[in-house]
Design a protein around this ligand. Structure first.
Ligand code: SF4
Length: 198
């Protein structure tokens, strides 16, 4: 069973569950240990590791950059945000004190949770380094394409609002309402716990 980290109780990857249905995260943090590690999670991890080797040979022009140094698998922890995680790659632009998080994705679709993850990594990197994070990238492995994500005031406010709610769920063990999109429930592994969805 995974122990709860009180300094940083949430993983950046938890945004995936949060965006899909906030109630999944409730089950995960308030009933820890009930979620199995699925094949998809392991496959994604292996694909990310293989991508690191290809990334080393890839030009920074992929990201529209002419300079920068790359660092892989960078662990991050923010007790301010209550978040922990490991970003696939960081591009440091020392000349302008800019830091750019890059995360590899197995998916072609850039879902809302990917954006939240990139913004969270950017804010955590800022906090740790003093550099500025203005943008990040999701690199879609199947399409071999980097998509830029702005880390602007609006994106930061969206991140903050999500975190406030997530911490409220954890602190007060508040069960969120079920997702309004009940089609999601059909494939949900937590369906047996939700007695109020058909
Ligand atoms: S069954 Fe539906 S409401 Fe319940 S956790 Fe899953 S997606 Fe959310």
């Amino acid at each position: 069973m995974e122990t709860l980290d009180l300094e940083a109780p949430f993983r950046v990857t938890d945004f995936k569950q949060w965006v899909y249905c906030p109630r999944i995260l409730y089950y995960q943090v308030c009933l820890p240990g009930v979620r199995p590690t699925t094949y998809k999670m392991e496959a994604g991890k292996d694909a990310g590791e293989a991508e690191e080797g290809r990334e080393a040979r890839r030009s920074l022009r992929t990201y529209g950059l002419s300079d920068g140094r790359r660092e892989f698998e960078v662990p991050l922890l923010s007790s301010t945000l209550g978040l922990r995680g490991k970003v696939d790659m960081v591009i440091w632009r020392d000349s302008v004190r800019e830091v750019i998080p890059v995360d590899y994705k197995f998916s072609n679709v850039l879902g809302e949770h990917f954006k939240l993850q990139i913004v969270a990594y950017g804010v955590m990197l800022e906090e740790a380094s003093g550099y500025t994070a203005r943008r990040g990238f999701c690199y879609a492995i199947p399409q071999r394409r980097a998509e830029e994500i702005k880390i602007d005031q609006k994106a930061r406010a969206t991140l903050q609002a999500a975190l406030v709610e997530m911490h409220r769920v954890l602190r007060y063990e508040v069960m969120p309402a079920p997702t309004p999109n009940r089609r999601k429930c059909l494939a949900c592994e937590f369906r047996r716990f939700c007695n109020d969805v058909v």
